[in-house]
Ligand binder design. Sequence first.
Ligand code: TXA
Ligand code: MG
Length: 358
Amino acid sequence: MTKNEVETLETKWVKSSEGTIDKKAIEEAGRVIRSGGLVAFPTETVYGLGGDALRPDSSKKIYAAKGRPSDNPLIVHICDVADMKKIVREVPPQAYVLAQHFWPGPLTMIMKKSSIVPPETTGGLDTVAVRFPDHEIALSFIREAGGFVAAPSANVSGRPSPTLAKYVFEDMNGKIEMLLDGGEVGIGVESTIIDLTEEVPVILRPGHITLEMLQEVLGEVCLDPTMLECGSGQAPRAPGMKYKHYAPKGQLTIVSGTPVSVRDKIKQLLQSDRKQGFKTGVIVSREEAGIYEADAVKITGEKEDMAAVARSLFRILREFDDEKVERMYVQAYTQDGIGQAVMNRILKAAGHKIIEVE
Ligand code: TXA
Ligand code: MG
């Protein structure tokens, strides 16, 4: 085997029953991590691809399995707030405030790293991303694994983050030792990332914990201006945000405007694409499902249910790929609450292709 080849492994897929996984399987997963192997596991946001965060060889394996550039740092998952001190050089007071309000939960904090965290895990940066997930299986697995699990989302680089175990298996079969299947995740978009190394905390990636929620407990918080990638020209501060993400194989287009004008425009675009022989798709609410003619009509949930849009978005993008859909449309959603995270992911998936109608 040459240096860059990934060894082919037998991937053991462990199913859960009623949201829990057999204790023996969790212990086995912990042993795999402690001996330098990789295990995919569910969290409340998306599935993670875990390795021992304190072992440089494990982090290297994660990059190889994902096909991810090694300058893109990993998030270290913990299962006890007290463990934060072991991997962070000096914990800022805001971190305790945030932990108290939002942990366990979908919030990742960036702080200066301590010397036990190898540069391989942090992409060479002197900071570390720390997250305490709110998921029973994740927490018992992290505990068995030794307390510090480095994990990016468990997709091949550039594909949508997996919200179901079958998508992890699709991307990671043969590259990891085990897959802990916890069923469909609850949130569906990755954690909010907040950088605490600056005087004013900065949100580097929007998620379920919103700017408003963070401002309420911290006071001043700002958004990284490059976050929505609206052509600011600056490099994003979360290295991962500069890479092409969540890109479906076909072209996704966002249509923005009043409800009526958006509906008419999408209908017209679908019709013209179908005439040209393209396989078409549309993302809609249950109430709107009947009004479009497309090869793939994907329903998120009830109208205005943004949590349902967040939960189903990555699954729908993967289904479009599986069904070889070539032209896809989605309305621009509200940027309130979780809508900000949803639109951030949709803009990336669409390569920022957005049509404004009156
Ligand atoms: O919800 C989540 O956060 C999921 C689950 C598995 O926990 N994880 C996840 O990891 O989304 P990943 O690797 O796909 O995204 C992590 C992001 C990347 O954009 C990365 O560049 C950024 O976090 N990041 C990690 N460490 C950082 C650091 N020290 N400074 C700035 N950005 C960092
Ligand atoms: Mg990711």
